[in-house]
Design a protein around this ligand. Structure first.
Ligand code: SF4
Length: 218
């Protein structure tokens, strides 16, 4: 049986990005994961090729790091970039791929091996907000952002992280950190990628293909 975390709720950034981007609707998944000890509940076995992804991702991170170093930036890489930002509703944790600094300005970069998706930009925006607040060495730095794909980059200006974005991020974290259960929205397309089994989420929807509706004349 899933056990509550002893030290309050903890949310990994990537659990929030698709919700904020409107790609996902089921907040219950992040609500459940955020408040329970990750070792205390079973996950749906995945068929994801972790080793293949890791090698492709590492190669792209190294290429991107070299590009920024060639632009006279000091570049911090993955394990140097882990952060925990504590708030009233819980702690937000993340680890940007690269942080490039020159003087008092910087760029947070996340490298993606797959197809572009709005959630990738949201992920970088959360890092732009959290890094200068959570990491002493980057305190006070105004960050731009960048999503780096294999064949192009998407730049995210610092002013994209405005009051409305922060309000939406805070609102989501507040809902997920609340004792009141978040909204559960089962759908085959979303449940298929959710790690929570039917033992913890009895409403889990199985993927049975598109629902066959009634016919119509048009
Ligand atoms: S299995 Fe489906 S309904 Fe249950 S938490 Fe995951 S996404 Fe939501």
């Amino acid at each position: 049986m899933a056990k509550l975390r002893r030290d309050g709720c903890y949310f990994w950034v990537t659990w929030l990005t698709r919700l904020l981007a409107g790609e996902d609707a089921c907040e219950w998944s992040a609500w459940f994961r955020g408040r329970h000890d990750s070792r205390s509940w079973d996950r749906v076995p995945g068929d994801f090729d972790q080793a293949g992804w890791q090698m492709a991702h590492t190669a792209m991170v190294n290429e991107t790091r070299e590009r920024w170093e060639g632009l006279d930036h000091k570049v911090f890489t993955e394990r140097q970039n882990g952060f925990s930002l504590r708030g009233n509703a819980g702690t937000l944790g993340g680890r940007p791929d690269l942080i490039a600094r020159t003087g008092d300005s910087g760029t947070v970069i996340d490298v993606k091996t797959g197809k572009p998706n709005p959630a990738h930009v949201v992920q970088v925006m959360i890092y732009m907000y959290a890094v200068p607040r959570a990491m002493g060495r980057h305190q006070g730095v105004v960050f731009n952002g960048q999503v780096a794909y294999g064949d192009h980059v998407v730049d995210v200006p610092a002013d994209a992280v405005d009051g409305l974005f922060v309000e939406r991020l805070s609102g989501l974290v507040s809902r997920l950190g609340s004792d009141a259960a978040a909204r559960r929205v089962p759908s085959p397309g979303e449940c298929r990628f959710c790690p929570i089994t039917a033992a913890d989420c009895p409403e889990r929807a199985e993927d049975e293909g598109p629902e066959q509706g009634l016919t119509t004349d048009f």
